[in-house]
Write a protein that binds this ligand. Structure first.
Ligand SMILES: Nc1ncnc2c1ncn2[C@@H]1O[C@H](COP(=O)(O)OP(=O)(O)OP(=O)(O)O)[C@@H](O)[C@H]1O
Ligand SMILES: [Mg+2]
Length: 509
């Protein structure tokens, strides 16, 4: 073969003329000290607070403390792989998480890595973990309800779209159960749910995921998990990641969203650990000074957006665990003061079989009746009065005081109302069913049914009505209204069922 020299020189000349050196400038620093998930880094002078860093082998970190000649960063993931003397690259980006339809139905870490064995999530749409809460002009009042499907909550402590309602109680009092029932009740409705598990045991998280899957909720739910086995930094960013994912649907898709943070006590502990390792000064209960800001900047991001911004919403249900019912401890009081109300679960009630174990006396929703449909508002007012009178009389009755006939009647009514509000797990009711149940109780029709039979009676009543007269609940569900005629019709049907029931069930009284 003959070599054509002119051709070769031609190609070489062309290559040389087109040659440009592609210089990729990255700022590189060096790890001078590493341990317990914290790295001290030298040589990244231009780094910003909260900037994302890349260690060798692609471990992710975040700038936390900016000091005079060095900086301290936390390491996400396996920090044992980061060695002293290794390089660190700054990315110029703040911490973010993948968002969008792609994450729906997935179980992910706070950084968006899959935990369900599914495909990796492409970071096509990302959102900053931390972003500003909307201001006053960007919001509108909370008016629409988030139905939990739990009679006692929807009637007495209604939650509105865009509200922040705290679920607080001792360990094992059914806190997670309320959150899960609320998610299950959104099936076939229009709310995107985000469940953030923080610092829980892996087995507990697996159980929750199993429940969510079994009830077919994964079509509209995202689970973000940072378990007790994960590092403190990972647990610390988990709720912000959940919030960012919900925010995407609220701002960009104008959707209603629900975010559950389970739980913020463990979140506070993770942040305390992080702060102590970073040698930040410790304050009360060894928590750092900005512990209030930790939760307020998270919960302030819940909102009902104005019509101009698309009227999406983010409802937050943070969960807090108390010790021995101590609501006056540091973290509980902080979060109580940030949220728009609390559902307080009491251990004694739980063990006495009143489940959900809601202490009606100290549970409130500051949004209140505004977030209820008219039908519910109508029956709930009466219910609250009945219960308040009952608890007041209960104290007298305990003292052995003799009660007059009227008080005795109210006491009996109250006992049945308490029974009526008991509800097993995973059986959320529609608003119509809730209204009918409460109406049956407050109409006095159940007063001569044995207390222990009340709960059963109510369940059977709904079963019967759903079969014979499904139009009653359907009308309330559709219109949200309870006219006087409809109320009369319902009480008539209840009376009819009671007559049948009493014939077939001896011993009901
Ligand atoms: N309404 C209910 N009816 C019957 N059982 C319930 C009800 N709510 C909760 N439970 C049961 O009580 C137990 C504790 O509930 P759950 O795990 O929700 O409590 P928790 O307060 O979240 O506990 P932890 O402190 O471990 O987070 C569970 O076994 C659950 O099945
Ligand atoms: Mg729990």
């Amino acid at each position: 073969m003959k070599i054509d020299i002119s051709e070769i020189t031609g190609i070489l000349k062309q290559e040389i003329s087109q040659y440009e050196s592609k210089l990729d400038v990255v700022k590189v620093g060096r790890v001078v000290e590493v341990g317990d998930g914290i790295a001290r880094i030298y040589g990244l002078e231009g780094a910003q607070a909260n900037e994302m860093l890349l260690f060798e082998n692609d471990t992710i970190g975040e700038v936390f403390n900016l000091e005079e000649d060095s900086l301290a960063a936390v390491i996400y993931g396996d920090y044992t792989k980061v060695r002293e003397g290794s390089d660190v690259r700054s990315t110029g980006r703040l911490m973010s998480v993948p968002v969008g339809d792609e994450v729906i139905g997935r179980i992910i870490t706070p950084l968006g890595q899959p935990l369900d064995g599914g495909p990796t999530i492409s970071p096509k749409n990302i959102r900053l973990l931390e972003s500003d809460a909307p201001g006053i002009a960007g919001r509108q009042p909370v008016r629409q309800p988030v139905q939990t499907g739990l009679k006692s909550i929807d009637a007495m402590i209604p939650i509105g779209r865009g509200q922040r309602e705290l679920i607080i109680g001792d360990r094992k009092t059914g806190k997670t159960a309320i959150a899960l029932d609320t998610i299950i009740n959104q099936k076939g409705k229009d709310i995107i749910c985000v469940y953030v598990a923080i610092g829980q045991k892996d087995s507990t998280i697996a159980e929750v995921v199993d429940i969510l899957k079994r009830h077919g909720t994964m079509e509209y739910t995202v689970v973000i998990a940072a378990s007790a086995a994960d590092s403190a930094p990972m647990q610390y960013i988990a709720p912000y990641a959940g919030c960012a994912i919900a925010e995407h649907f609220m701002y960009d898709k104008h959707r209603d969203t629900l975010c559950i943070y389970d739980d913020l006590s463990k979140h506070a502990v993770a942040y305390r650990q992080l702060s102590l390792l970073l040698r930040r000064p410790a304050g009360r209960e060894a928590y750092p000074g900005d512990i209030f800001y930790l939760h307020s900047r998270l919960l302030e991001r819940s909102a009902k957006l104005s019509d101009k911004l698309g009227a999406g919403s983010l409802t937050a249900l943070p969960i807090v665990e108390t010790l021995e019912g101590q609501v006056s401890a540091y973290i509980p009081t902080n979060i109580i003061s940030i949220t728009d109300g609390q559902i307080y679960l009491q251990r004694d009630l739980f063990h006495a079989g009143v489940r959900p174990a809601i202490d009606v006396g100290v549970s409130v929703s500051r949004v209140g009746g505004d977030a209820q449909v008219q039908a519910m508002k109508k029956v709930a007012a009466r219910l609250r009065l009945d219960l308040a009178a009952y608890y007041e009389l209960l104290d007298f009755a305990r003292l052995g005081t003799e009660l007059d006939a009227a008080s005795q009647r109210r006491l009996e009514r109250g006992k049945r109302m308490v029974e009526l509000l008991k509800q097993p797990q995973f059986s959320p009711l529609s608003v119509g069913e809730e209204v009918i149940t409460i109406l049956a109780g407050s109409s006095g029709l159940l007063d001569d049914i044995a207390v222990e039979a009340t709960s059963r009676f109510a369940t059977d009543l709904l079963g019967w009505l759903n079969q014979k007269h499904p139009d009653l609940a359907a009308e309330i569900n559709k219109t949200g209204k309870l006219s006087d005629e409809l109320a009369t019709k319902i009480t008539e049907r209840v009376a009819e069922f009671k007559a049948i029931y009493q014939q077939t069930h001896e011993g009901m009284k």
